[in-house]
Design a protein around this ligand. Structure first.
Ligand SMILES: *Cc1c(COP(=O)(O)O)cnc(C)c1O
Length: 222
């Protein structure tokens, strides 16, 4: 945890940004509640999960710690209710239908669900995320929903050791966000960067990095 914090601080310094501008979401998928508990003891409050069923067990086990849970996996229609009821953030909205369900199902006693739209910045056909051409229309309809708050954009570029390529993908996401803001939206969030590419993401303006392996160790299975 401290090593990742130092990495983030160094990347921020290198980019002329303050470390306080970047929120670290610790991705705890496949790791047990005890691993989360240990990170909480080290001061971590925000955690990311990809699988609803697995997450619900951990959220219940750690209810006393009052943590902020971020849903970062693909969202199926039949999982929207559990996400709306148990998470503070959903990073992977990429269809209007899913956004409508999340808004309808967000309980009244909770503040609006904070959401990002996932964008397919690498153009891979099998990839989730809305195509850049379709982003504007989706963003406007998401903004109109009462019980979710559109905060920004999220992307998972193709894995690559090519830093210049990673930076181009992240820069594209930032430019898409800036375009939407010029159109009158007020988006403050760029959820981009994982263990392998957080430095490139921070250099291009990430405000949330989602880091798993560098905190919890390598996952045993994908
Ligand atoms: C697993 C995952 C991460 C974390 O990846 P690491 O390489 O373990 O840091 C971040 N974002 C998403 C969407 C993920 O699925």
């Amino acid at each position: 945890m401290q090593a990742v914090k130092m990495c983030i601080a160094a990347a921020c310094a290198g980019a002329g940004r303050s470390a306080g501008e970047v929120l670290l979401v610790a991705v705890s998928k496949t790791h047990p509640p005890e691993a989360v508990r240990e990170a909480v003891r080290a001061g971590q409050r925000d955690f990311g999960e990809n699988y609803v069923q697995e997450a619900l067990g951990k959220i219940a086990a750690l209810a006393d710690a009052a943590l902020a849970w971020h849903f970062i996996g693909p969202i199926q229609s039949n999982k929207t209710r559990a996400i709306a009821e148990n998470f503070r953030w959903a990073h992977t909205v990429d269809r209007e239908k899913i956004a409508v369900r999340l808004s309808d199902q967000r309980p009244e006693h909770l503040p609006a669900l904070q959401v990002c739209i996932e964008v397919n910045v690498s153009g891979e056909e099998t990839k989730s995320g809305v195509a850049p051409e379709a982003l504007g229309a989706l963003a406007k309809s998401v903004c109109a929903l009462p019980r979710i708050k559109l905060r920004g954009l999220m992307a998972i570029p193709e894995p690559s050791t090519d830093m210049a390529l990673a930076r181009r993908r992240f820069r594209m996401l930032r430019e898409l966000r800036d375009d939407l803001n010029r159109d009158g939206l007020a988006l403050d969030t760029l959820s981009m960067g994982m263990s392998a590419d957080l430095e490139a993401a921070i250099a291009e303006g990430a405000t949330i990095v989602r880091v798993g392996a560098a905190i919890f160790g390598e996952r045993k299975s994908a």
